[in-house]
Ligand binder design. Sequence first.
Ligand code: ZN
Ligand code: ZN
Length: 192
Amino acid sequence: MERKGKEIVPTSKGIQLVNLVPFDLKSPELTAKWEKQMQLISKGKTTANQFVEDIKKYAAKLVSTVIASNETYRHDNITREKCPECGKYLLDVNGKKGKMLVCPDRECGYRKGLSRVSNARCPDCHKKMELKGDGESSIFTCICGHREKLSEFKKRKGDKVDKKEVSKFLNQQDSGGNINSALADALAKWKK
Ligand SMILES: [Zn+2]
Ligand SMILES: [Zn+2]
């Protein structure tokens, strides 16, 4: 399942899974049958162990049916980028913290973050920016089009805005002074 705005929608993987699963497992009769078994257990007419044994056999049968079936699972989020660990094509996945590239081989387990929403605000429009890439080569991007490297961002944040500059700017604004030139001055000092 995946969240799209306020709705929760099944992913292509989910829809494909339902098609792969044998009809039996989707039927309400099966659940009813299991309920009945449990009632029999509670009445002492059959044992819990017997029930577990039956379920095990049933699960094994289901798995072999799926393996033998002609239906195949197809990843539709496959990318052209190969896993640096095992060489399989990576999958594009929406994680909690943004887009990720994930190796389809669970034993390999390779994954890398593509982009995530950061707490850093865009200097142009003040919206939260997305952080893409890894480590020092990461880059902030904003929906307004602003882009800056992580290193540039750190440098910018490193220079704290002078409080005096800000109050000077505010005073000039109050007295109807030339806001644009005060702002330009402040910006020029900030950028240095
Ligand atoms: Zn891999
Ligand atoms: Zn922006």
